[in-house]
Write a protein that binds this ligand. Structure first.
Ligand code: SF4
Length: 119
């Protein structure tokens, strides 16, 4: 039996989670205040994922940049590949929330989308 200590990152409460593993499988999760904590813990110890947020340069608009994020979480091990794929990517004004700035980032099958309006 093995235990892992985690901090839930789903909300500012930051609950301290204890995950008990038996033969590599999650046997028990303790310390969560809501069901999201258990779901986070199970994913984190088996196949961790992250949402990537950053900015890209805006062309033809009044602002210098537009904020973007992955449309869904990507495998944690792909985060730097996603950031590399965004090097040199720009968005042309006008940009609307949800506009795809980069499809299928780093072969993850996940698009990078705008998270703000820019004219
Ligand atoms: S377990 Fe629930 S309440 Fe606690 S940090 Fe995670 S999301 Fe927030």
């Amino acid at each position: 039996m093995e235990t892992r200590e985690l901090t839930c990152i789903n909300c500012p409460m930051g609950c301290q989670l204890t995950v008990t593993l038996e033969n590599g499988a999650v046997a028990k999760v303790a310390g969560q205040t809501c069901p999201r904590g258990e779901a986070y813990a199970r994913t984190e110890v088996t196949a961790p994922v992250r949402t990537v947020t950053t900015t890209v340069p805006l062309t033809g608009g009044t602002a210098a940049t537009v904020s973007v994020k992955t449309a869904a979480p990507v495998p944690k091990g792909k985060v730097f590949a996603v950031l590399d794929a965004l090097k040199g990517v720009t968005a042309a004004a006008p940009v609307h929330i949800g506009d795809v700035v980069l499809p299928n980032a780093a072969g993850t099958g996940v698009d990078i989308v705008a998270t703000c309006e820019r004219q």
